[in-house]
Design a protein around this ligand. Structure first.
Ligand SMILES: Cc1cc2nc3c(=O)[nH]c(=O)nc-3n(C[C@H](O)[C@H](O)[C@H](O)COP(=O)(O)OP(=O)(O)OC[C@H]3O[C@@H](n4cnc5c(N)ncnc54)[C@H](O)[C@@H]3O)c2cc1C
Length: 400
């Protein structure tokens, strides 16, 4: 916590004006701090009379770190299928487990899940833990959370990975709190440090302007979530061998305070820009909603889906489910065509792992060209119609 020594404070106002979070306020004879304080320490450094200090609580170091071994993935199972993020997590989990020389396990909670072991083993798992219980048929945060806590305490993995999906984002922080472990959300890179086996968890920070690498040296497991489509699933290998183990849980653990009255399927436009091979994305450079008619035309010629930058979504030109980026979706298509998008870091983090990026922009210095495989410098209202015309010509030539 921030400690304020009012005997030393001269109410000069330097800390108040320098606080990036507007958390300090000068009163008559001393400065006061409110709940916006993030303990960033800027005020401590700026205080010329030494009236401010940060009191650090006693650091807790877990004593049994060496007892925790292996990598565990929380496998998401919804409406009878395993969510694709599970296979992506097994892809990166396999690499981490190999780097540590340990096993890779996956936990599946639900009902009628018995037949899913082989596909998880083919995707890289050595061990599949199944908890098949009627109370786990639908996602309930408390029941899933207590079940996962129990399995983690029982199996003691050193690393736990989960999808940064609606379910993962809801239950994993709950589990991390129950077991007092560190958790890094929305990681874009995970790797093992060779010297000491530490999990290095990299994610965008400060609005995406820097990439921060986070370590959890004092507690186990090291927990991380990863958004869908950020990691790549391994090619399934049907010859892999693994073990499937059923786990019974105490009835108390599966009881829930949540009662599901009804499940309603959203009737909003169903767009899944994460599942398609080609995306044509439009940004502020379209200048108006009408620009998306051109984007849709190009997308339709290519059998592609339409994506957008946040600037286009915020302008109301296209709904949010199309947004790519830090606060939108992460996509990994074979081809991503960025039209009138500058390539701000918050957009780039959502699409830079596309196999091929084609950028159309009239500014030759736009950052999108730094990540583009092919770049076209020009006015999109001239370039896109020319592209559409050429695609139509090629199609009609090949149909002759
Ligand atoms: C916390 C935070 C989270 C964010 N999350 C996201 C996110 O998830 N996704 C996201 O996209 N952004 C996000 N942003 C916003 C991001 O910083 C940028 O503001 C945004 O990506 C810019 O969108 P844009 O490239 O469409 O627009 P601009 O940056 O305005 O770029 C428009 C581009 O179009 C070009 N252009 C203009 N006219 C033409 C023309 N006729 N022909 C060809 N080119 C033309 C210009 O040269 C320019 O490069 C976030 C920002 C913050 C702070």
């Amino acid at each position: 916590m921030l400690k304020i020594d009012c005997d030393k404070c001269i109410v000069c106002g330097i800390c108040e004006s320098g606080c990036p979070f507007a958390a300090l306020h000068c009163e008559d004879d001393c400065v006061v701090v409110d709940e916006n304080c993030t303990l960033c320490g800027a005020c401590v450094e700026s205080c010329e009379v030494g009236a401010l200090s940060i009191e650090v609580g006693e650091k807790k170091v877990q004593q049994d770190l060496a007892d925790w071994q292996g990598v565990m993935v929380f496998g998401e199972f919804r409406h009878g299928t395993i969510a694709s993020v599970t296979y992506e997590l097994l892809g990166v989990g396999r690499k981490l487990a190999d780097a540590r020389g340990v096993g890779l396990s996956v936990v599946l909670l639900g009902t009628d899940i018995g037949s899913h072991g082989p596909s998880l083993i083919a995707a890289g798992a050595d061990l599949v833990y199944l908890v098949d219980h009627p109370a786990l048929e639908q996602f309930r945060e408390d029941a899933y959370g207590y079940a996962l806590e129990k399995i983690i305490r029982l199996k003691k993995p050193e690393i736990v990975l989960a999808g940064a999906t609606a379910i993962g984002r809801s239950v994993i922080p709950f589990v991390a709190t129950l077991i007092d472990a560190g958790l890094t959300a929305d990681c874009t890179r995970l790797e093992i440090r060779e010297e000491d086996g530490m999990l290095l968890q990299t994610r965008p920070a400060f609005g995406g302007n820097i990439m921060a690498t986070i370590e959890c040296p004092d507690t186990r497991p090291q927990m991380a979530t990863v958004r869908p489509k950020v990691m790549v699933a391994a090619e399934p290998d049907g010859n892999r061998k693994g073990v499937v183990e059923s786990i019974d849980l105490d009835e108390k653990l599966t009881s829930s305070k949540v009662e599901i009255l009804e499940t309603v399927i959203s009737e909003e436009e169903q767009v899944n820009i994460q599942e398609v091979e080609t995306l044509v994305a439009g940004g502020r450079g379209l200048e108006s909603e009408k620009g998306f008619a051109l984007i849709r035309e190009l997308a339709s010629e290519l059998g592609a889906a339409v994506a957008a930058s946040r600037a286009a979504v915020d302008s109301g030109w296209i709904p949010y489910p199309h947004q790519v980026g830090q606060t939108g979706k992460t996509v990994h298509p074979k081809v991503y065509i960025a039209c009138g998008i500058s390539g701000a870091i918050q957009h780039a983090v959502g699409m830079q792992s596309s196999d091929i990026v084609i950028a159309i922009n009239r500014d030759e210095n736009a950052p999108i060209f730094d990540i583009a495989t092919y770049g076209i410098v020009g006015d999109l209202y001239e370039v896109i119609p020319a592209l559409i015309k050429r695609i139509q010509e090629v199609k009609s030539d090949s149909s002759r």
